[in-house]
Ligand binder design. Structure first.
Ligand SMILES: [Zn+2]
Length: 145
């Protein structure tokens, strides 16, 4: 699959809306559904999964991405995110970083009053941390003080 069409984005957003119904959010009552579109043309969805130990909560975006990676996907075109709010909700910082691991050119698809709103992931994570920030593999260890 190359460039998704507006219908592809709408379909992805519908998948995010559908999986939102399965969210496990007894604490925040903030249900989120996400769907990622792989370059293979296959989409994978996930919902948020909260935990009484709040720090263990999984965001929908990362659940969807992990499902896709577990299926063997490594390249992605888009991620759609749906919540119960009327206004679009962007992914949290942690999810932006995890999504960027698989390409900052991924399109973030959010619901809008006049159809899906499309934003490049790079615009949501400017100056993000990436592989180029690490020393090269096999490089010298950091100097001791
Ligand atoms: Zn998140």
């Amino acid at each position: 699959m190359t460039e998704p069409t507006l219908d592809d984005y709408k379909t992805l957003l519908a998948a995010a809306e559908a999986v939102k119904e399965r969210a496990y959010a007894p604490y925040s009552r903030f249900r989120v559904g996400a769907a990622v579109l792989a370059k293979s043309g296959v989409s994978y969805s996930g919902c948020n999964v909260e935990n009484v130990s709040f720090g263990l909560t999984l965001c929908a975006e990362r659940v969807a991405l992990a499902s896709a990676v577990a299926a063997g996907e490594r390249e992605f075109l888009a991620v759609a995110i749906a919540t119960d709010k009327d206004e679009p909700v962007s992914p949290c910082g942690a999810c932006r970083q995890v999504l960027a691991e698989f390409g900052g050119d991924m399109v973030v698809v959010l619901p809008g009053k006049n159809g899906p709103t499309l934003r490049p992931l790079d615009s949501l994570l400017p100056s993000g941390f990436g592989p180029a920030d690490l020393p090269p593999p096999g490089g010298a260890p950091p100097p001791k003080e």
